[in-house]
Write a protein that binds this ligand. Sequence first.
Ligand code: ATP
Ligand code: MG
Length: 406
Amino acid sequence: MLFSESFIFTLRQDPKTAECRSHQLLLKAGFIHMVSSGIYSYLPLAWRVLSNVNNIIRKHMNSSGGQEILMSALQPLEMWQKTGRDKDLAEIMFTFKDRKQRQLCLGPTHEEAVTDIAKRFVSSYKQLPFILYQIQTKFRDEPRARFGLMRSCEFLMKDAYSFDIDQKGLDASYEKMFSAYKAIFKECGLDFVISEADPGAMGGTISHEFMVGADIGEDLLFCCQGCGKFFKDKGSCPDCGRLLEDKKMIEVGHIFKLGTKYSLVQEAYYLDNKGIRKPIVMGCYGIGISRVISAVAEVSSDEKGLIWPSSISPFDVSLIMLDESLRAGALDLKDKLECKGLSVLVDDRNESAGVKFKDAYLIGNPYIVIMGKKYISECTVDLENRKTGEKKSFQPEELLRFIPDK
Ligand code: ATP
Ligand code: MG
């Protein structure tokens, strides 16, 4: 991608509306556009990061037996009246009537919708178990929408639902999702902790939250100053007795064992191998995808800007071309890097070196390659590691060997 042809526009000034570091950096670096308070559009840079996260999620969901679907965002309110959650979630649901006076809502979550699908198609134990998931926009009229993508009224979620014949089956599905979640957050470059949580309005029994430590976090966990373990309640460490210190956390994922809460009320039954009618045993598993990218931005930056982990960065390489006479060389190097599976943003704009460096640091791609006068005199380029700041000169061929393939 050539910067001169791209829809990438960074801001010179710090945005005044920013409420926290990630919000400020994502606005300033031109990743997101604030449509209105709590409502954002994803611009090309953010969409590239989100797509990378989506691909990581799809890889791990599919390899854990998940099948991707896409349910409607529009849902009849009737479905919610059946489970009574129209009342539980009344505060955050966007509800309205269509032209036929049918009451609708924009889905804040999809337990009712997916249970309805299972009820329609499942009749026998032979059809179980299965796991369905989707990547979709959710709508919640959040009373405290804030911190940009961290808590917005329209956000991207991956929600998965497991369907089993019994508790043992659910335990196995839950275990699969638990492992997949660990792999997903790890691959996204997040340092996370897992806490056993209160299932709240979702119902059910056991649940786990995946948390990332950050000062703006809205959840609290208690960390042992001795062994470093995290707990839900304050006091002293049950393992080593040391005092627990509270730490603010961002919840990026939440998994629940729902049991038969939804299948009983919505009558999603199956016939077992003896012909006995039984409710399907369910689990649900959510990841806040847009929250994940703001959590990464929140915990991974320096005074110059964002620092993306290479697994989800918008591009692998920012190639700064310091003079128009270097265009052919820059395009040649770009092609060769792309042959290695790497994505490259060539800064070929008619801008000063200062502006180009500033933007490369702000956007935060993991490798910055600088092509300047030395390319003409010695045929070398400089490589800077965005995270470590390490710099090294290379001949183009050496550079291609040094940066790992994708
Ligand atoms: P929170 O306590 O932060 O409101 P929640 O318990 O309501 O979260 P879930 O219903 O479990 O969240 O949704 C699954 C995931 O979706 C959460 O773990 C979180 O990462 C994300 N999420 C929830 N609400 C929002 C929001 N308003 N904006 C962005 N992401 C969100
Ligand atoms: Mg919530």
